[in-house]
Design a protein around this ligand. Structure first.
Ligand SMILES: [Zn+2]
Length: 106
């Protein structure tokens, strides 16, 4: 898969299956970007480090201010492969790690 095809697949990967439906909901931006600073992945809760290429999606969803969603390069790779299982696995692993680090009940 060349980079251009991979990017298109990543950007077309549906983020909110089903619950995109408020009349004022809209996508403001959806593109591959280079991180200018560290961020957190919205799927796996892992770090997106400075200079990492990742998906940045900005949308208005039922609120007054736009919400930013960022996805790390590993999650992007899974999106390019349309690997739903891998994304779900990364999400649940990230979720567990997060709960552990907070000291909350897992
Ligand atoms: Zn991720």
């Amino acid at each position: 898969m060349n980079a251009e095809v991979a990017d298109r697949r990543i950007l077309n990967y549906p983020l909110f299956e089903g619950d995109f439906g408020e009349p004022n909901d809209r996508i403001i931006a959806n593109k591959m970007v280079i991180a200018a600073k560290n961020h957190q992945c919205f799927n796996c809760f892992g770090a997106i480090v400075k200079n990492e290429r990742h998906r940045h999606h900005v949308g208005m969803y039922g609120g007054k201010s736009p919400f930013h969603y960022r996805y790390c390069s590993e999650c992007c790779k899974a999106m390019a492969e349309f690997d739903e299982e891998k994304l779900a696995q990364r999400y649940s692993n990230g979720r567990k790690a997060l709960e552990k680090s907070k000291g909350g009940a897992a």
